[in-house]
Design a protein around this ligand. Sequence first.
Ligand code: FAD
Length: 396
Amino acid sequence: MDLSYTAEELAFRDEVRAFLAEKLPKDMSDKVRRGENLGKEGHELWHSILNNQGWLSYSWPKEFGGAEWNAVQRHIFDDECAAAYAPRIVPFGLSMLAPVLHKFGSKEQQDHYLPRILDGTDWWCQGYSEPGAGSDLASLKTKAVRDGDHYVVNGQKTWTTLGQYADWIFCLVRTDPDAKQQEGISFLLIDMNTPGIEVRPIVLLDGTPEVNEVFFDNVRVPVENLVGEENKGWTYAKYLLTHERTGIAGVGFSRAGLDALKRVARVETANGRPLIENPLFAARIAQVEIDLMAMSTTNLRIISQASAGQAPGVESSMLKVKGTIIRQEINDMMRRAVGPYAMPFASETVEGDNDPIGPDYAGPVSAQYFNNRKLSIFGGSNEIQRGIIAKVKMGG
Ligand SMILES: Cc1cc2nc3c(=O)[nH]c(=O)nc-3n(C[C@H](O)[C@H](O)[C@H](O)COP(=O)(O)OP(=O)(O)OC[C@H]3O[C@@H](n4cnc5c(N)ncnc54)[C@H](O)[C@@H]3O)c2cc1C
């Protein structure tokens, strides 16, 4: 196994770097670096810049207008974007729904929805989780009953990320209440402007309404919005989740976070000396850096296997657990590094409306710390991932 980049891959990395240097707006990367929210317009702008370059659809097959990059190219791109403080690509339409439509959607659905994902006409959100159906997703209860050429949907979804921006939601619904849990589920595409839908914000620990509850009260959905076959939705749902967990290690984000932490630890002081010279703090930084290097190598090993045609298995669970622990540890150290300056006006500074008390890098630190508690919950909680690792690797 060769973990070093080929000459072609290095040339690709240079191309990405040149693109980011030229096309990533400075005010946008400043916002990302400071941990501020970009809002819908900011995300849409970044998507359109990437789309103009033909790179928004980097993981899509060529037949659907994608760049069809291999695993190494995607890794290089993600790493370079994180290092340049580019916004993350909002995944719901692009890398969750689109692969499902590529594989299971009808020709009409592909022709209609895919171009609208790329040009930003439709913002999608994910309607999987419900109260009582998170880790145990197959126990979901939102039901869809056939009535002529429509389904009538009733129930509730929750934790719907950025649902307040969404034009459409892809939903798992129960279409056969008598079948075994996994067998009575279907995958429906629902227009968020349909009468009977109500979106209610949930304010997270960081003070922002990033997630929502979505209620369905006799919502009529045309039958042509069913993806694939009725009652086969679980197959499509699982396929989507394999894409949700791709890249979840967040190596690039951790590297950028660690660089920022070191910069701050050189400026902030403890007992009159730079924090980075404090033996306890320096040891913590060293430990997380070692963990990150080890994980980065594991990540490259998995990418190398993937480019040789092997699908990642339990390794993606390992990356998820380790990657999220590292990111949360960096957030925690950053919060400690800025001390009391982490607190004032946390949510307001994230919105960029107020100047923080203290240095500008301190304002969003607490908000990031609290917000990133989510990392070990979504995409399959870390406890669930540990269960998978135990079962596969230890036969538990
Ligand atoms: C910020 C955020 C954004 C999200 N965005 C979306 C979204 O856009 N769309 C969407 O559909 N969902 C979304 N989710 C939901 C997310 O997928 C669920 O929160 C997650 O699957 C966990 O489910 P739960 O919250 O119901 O917790 P539960 O499943 O009730 O789990 C509670 C606790 O018990 C543990 N636990 C549960 N079962 C086991 C087990 N078998 N073994 C060991 N431990 C176990 C869990 O790890 C957890 O600590 C989001 C969640 C968050 C926090």
